[in-house]
Design a protein around this ligand. Structure first.
Ligand code: C5P
Length: 206
């Protein structure tokens, strides 16, 4: 069984995906980490983010079990990830990796931008998780402040909008709600309410 979760940055999809995987006893893959890992490797080598040959090479040697979420969380890595994510050949490589993860028993929750449209078009249930850009920027700002990082609402909002625009306008696998995905708008929801709403949708679809 595959549950596909897509949506923009800071929509709550990552937390939801993790909790849903625990609840339904499925594996979980945050596919954003695969793009972040490739971007981080290019940055570390001092190579341009458009170097698709090296990017593909890094992707081929990527060990999903060894990706370190905390080392890849930085804002600059997210920004760089969205730049490498426009490379079609790299995406093919990462999609293959993500699909083989999803095909392992007992199934998985995958979250990202193109899970319902490209990676797992036959997923049992698809959710598109969204919230207004203001709500998402507020959450992201609070999250950064609570970690002791500097954050300013207006600049977080600008960054989110720029990244969303790049992710939804690229020609390969743009961020998009799949035709058969359920829309979950979490603007007015806390994480517990969003989780319950997601479980209701999924249970009805199973
Ligand atoms: O979700 P996260 O912020 O970690 O994703 C980082 C970037 O990776 C996104 O902005 C997007 O450009 C890219 N991405 C993607 N397809 C996915 C997951 C992430 O293009 N399935």
């Amino acid at each position: 069984m595959i549950i596909a979760i897509d949506g923009p940055a800071a929509s709550g999809k990552g937390t939801l995906a993790r909790r849903l995987a625990a609840y339904y006893k499925l594996n979980h893959l945050d596919t954003g980490l695969t793009y972040r890992a490739v971007a981080a490797a290019l940055l570390a080598k001092g190579l341009p983010l458009g170097d698709e040959g090296v990017a593909i090479d890094v992707a081929r040697n990527l060990d999903l079990a060894k990706m370190d979420k905390s080392a890849l969380a930085a804002h600059e890595i997210g920004e760089a990830a969205s730049r490498v994510a426009v490379l079609g050949g790299l995406r093919e490589e990462l999609v293959r990796l993500q699909q083989s993860f999803g095909n392992k028993a007992p199934g998985a929750v995958l979250d990202g931008r193109d899970i319902g449209t490209v990676v797992c078009p036959d997923a049992k249930v698809k959710l598109f998780v969204t919230a207004t850009s203001e709500a998402r920027a507020k959450r992201r700002t609070n999250e950064m402040l609570s970690k002791g990082q500097e954050a300013e609402f207006e600049s977080v909002l600008d960054d989110l909008k720029r990244r969303d625009a790049r992710d939804s306008s690229r020609s390969v696998a743009p961020m998009k709600q799949a035709d058969d995905a359920h829309l979950l708008d979490t603007t007015e929801m806390d994480i517990e309410t969003a989780f319950q709403a997601a479980v209701d949708i999924i249970d009805r679809a199973l």
